[in-house]
Design a protein around this ligand. Sequence first.
Ligand SMILES: [Zn+2]
Length: 1054
Amino acid sequence: MQPMGNDKPTNVPGRPVSPFRAAPQSSTPFISSGPVVGLEASGASRATTPFLSSGPGTILGASGTPQTTVPFLSSGPITGTQMSNYRSPPPPPVRYNGPSSPPPPTSYPAQDATTYQQTQAPRFPPPGQPVTPFRGPVGSSGPSPSGSFRPQPQIPSVPMGPPPQTATQMSSRSNMPPPLSESSFSATRPPPQPSLQGYSYGLPRGNMPPASAEPQLPAPRSVSQPPLQQAFPSSHVPPVHASYHAHQGGVVPPPPPPIGGPLGYNSREQIQYPNIGPPIGGNLQGLVEEFQSLSVGSAPGSLDHGVDVKSLPRPLSGDEEPIKILETFPLNCHPRFLRLTTYAIPSSQSLLARWHLPLGAVVHPLAEVPDGEEVPIVNFGPAGIIRCRRCRTYVNPYVTFTDAGRKWRCNICSLLNDVSGEYYCALDASGRRCDVDQRPELSKGSVEFVAPTEYMVRPPMPPLYFFLIDVSVSAVRSGFLEVVATTIKSCLDELPGFPRTQIGFLTFDSTLHFHNLKSSLTQPQMLVVADLDDIFLPLPDDLLVNLSDSRHVVDALLDSLPSMFQDNANIESALGPALKAALMVMSQLGGKLLVFQSTLPSIGVGRLRLRGDDLRIYGTDKEHTLRIPDDPFYKQMAAEFTKHQIAVDVYAFSEKYTDIASLGSLAKYTGGQVYHYPSFQAPTHQEKLRYELARDLTRETAWESVMRVRCGKGVRFTTYHGHFMLRSTDLLALPAVDCDKAFAMQLSLEDTLMTTQTVYFQVALLYTSSSGERRIRVHTAAAHVVADLGEMYRQADTGAIILLLSRLAVENTLSHKLEDARQLMQLKLVKSLKEYRNLHVVQHRLGGRLIFPESLRFLPLYVLSLCKSLALRGGYADVPLDERCAAGYNMMILPIRRMLKLLYPGLYRIDENLIKGPEEFNESSKQLALSAQSLDPRALYIYDDGFSFIVWLGRMLSPDIVNNTLGVDLSGFPDLSRLALLEHDNEYSRKLMRIIRRLREKDPSCFQLCRVVRQGEQPREGSLLLSNLFEDQAAGTSGYVDWILQIYRQLQSS
Ligand SMILES: [Zn+2]
């Protein structure tokens, strides 16, 4: 997440590419699809076009074809179960160069671009090659040209997933929630894409605390605790980054932190508040379990406060998965897949109103399976999957069997369902089915169902990768074209889905270059289309090819790409027209579109202007417009892509403004990802790009997916946050999804009072595996319903809370000022701690203390870090606009563990490890407070935020270590920004590189660029490291101690 300067590459050999591997698939061939929403008995009623077109104004509604609902299918016996190897080690890579795929012809002269057949495409293709002109939304233009993949003739080609929008919605779910609430929900739902909503608008029914500074404290407490608003009307809430003093009226910016000094960053507080003493307050013995507290005052009621900096809680061991819930609910799925912000669901609206933090869930459906566990695969065979007749919940460990085993009760909607003859089993004396232990779906919280034939809506499409590559002058000069071409080539053997994988390329500058990859050719053929206004496909049949059939042509293309354009002087970029062409090529099959963009799109539809960053706009009510797409074209294209099951990943490389805000919306609404390499220079960044592109291409991907999270009576998910397209009210369309993507959602209560004691949640992800099998991954979990606010706090999960808060905050920056987004988070934190304080303070006379629940002890720090994150910190000039937007997109997909790492990065002293013997570096025992105070000038440190490493060399570090690890003598003041950290032939260097490799292996989802900085080397030390030591004050931001004092002051005020 650091700005990438012009530093040289670090060369860390042996970086393992450990993608999410394709699993050996079940032997059962793919048979079906579609169960998540309504079922399709026969495809006959469906149109061939995957989606009906809809006008630009309704794109987000994404209506589908009408669909019939299949009656509940009776179930059959399990025909076989096996363990899913979704993430287990892969079989050895399959070579494609079999007899049918001759090796790349050596006669293809890679260096001679002229031999590559370049022809101006005829405006009208030769007879026999149908051309489909692009006419508006593709969906409306009828069947597209047939691709090289031919669906089975007798099966109509219809979308697999999620069919049905409104029509099905009613028929398949009409009995689940009360119709009134369903319709009122639709009616009041804010327009289409909730992830565009700022969180002050996120909840349509007002049953969650409004995010704005309205009075929130419940009436019963009003005597001693007047509404917070009174003390802090929204316009007077102290700015998050203002110091404590600013709040008191002065506008004194906090002094810069003394760095490395003996007193360190808290010297100021110590001077200011000399009365730091031992904790005071009531007897805490009985409360140890309940909460923690910090002494912040010398005497109750005193205005002088001090904080013992050492006593501040720090998340030095990273994320703490709430696995304790498995003690209460051992049948729950592992929290890695589904985490709630609190495992105590409030029983009433009034209780919920006192919980000022988000109530919701974080879902990571394809998370890496915990060690030693597997997700079992269940195949019910042709009889069908057992689901509730009414709410379509999948059978799970929490359903109960009655009537001697002839009926089962749905745990979500309580309906009593019949047990079919095939699924029948007698009950034992305690009412358990005798076969529970043999049935994973009744004994495990996570299972994967193989979807049976009757559910078929269209044949599962083969994995498809289409590359849209900018070849304008900047792309060539920066070296990215060459890195991209060689990386793609190196991954061809490992693309998932062999032997069905499809591939295609389109390059562009001011014109579009199509590449004919027909297997009968010996070398590819380029066809240039210059008409950007009325795009047509010159060779509709041969632009997408089967990779194994055309492997030699693809290899030849990738070999020649860099040289083909090496003298290209074209500076234009027709990205918009290129996207339209890509949609035409891909619309039949769907798949993954990888866009490589090195400059601002400048020509044709979707051209963007150099709006850049504007100082004058900051602080005004227009500030947020910088961070939202400039042209609705990109969002409209994203909607079209999603309709056609296409996920878009955006790789952006420009050294200048590229409008990531606009480009990123392609990824945002298609389940994709934004990869940003500002000022890309191959020598520095190629290793990072190679790794990340390779992971993107080779990690196991779930295709044509939809996800729905069901929950029990009385609660309802109301807003969703992440990269997806929302289809209908609660169905997330994910053209592709993988283990690096997590989703967040907020929950609200349906009724004033909940009558059940337990509430259940079930995540269902329907997808096509790369091998072409339809699967449904199902995670089920339960949580207690409580009537006690204290219990909600006790069972709170800081990781889930902070992830949801961060997404709400990022979304908020799309409709509000950065400052407002930060204040809102602070306000939530204060309200929440105030409410908690009210539970205890009178009883225990804790006047001089800041108290907080044990479960939330890191929350204040994480909120502070969030305010200082790239996406939210400062204002103009604090973060380049594109980097800020890229960071925002990034935060919208991160799973909890990576988010927490980003908010509280690791800081490790390692010079001792370099000197000492062979014992292994163990980061968990070495992590330090994230403050310059931790830095000893005699030492060497590594900072690791999960996205980059900074190696910091103290001024007084032994020259022996420096010279040996860097391979240069620092006394000559070499330019460290150009230094590549390589392994040298000595023990110090080998040990250092071993530690770096170890840290990288801990997080395989991206490649951490490693940069070296020396103490006092400005401005690099400041921008790379010091500004990211979140506990310190820096440039107008609060330090941790200041922050705690601010929070405390606000809690005290009344
Ligand atoms: Zn049900």
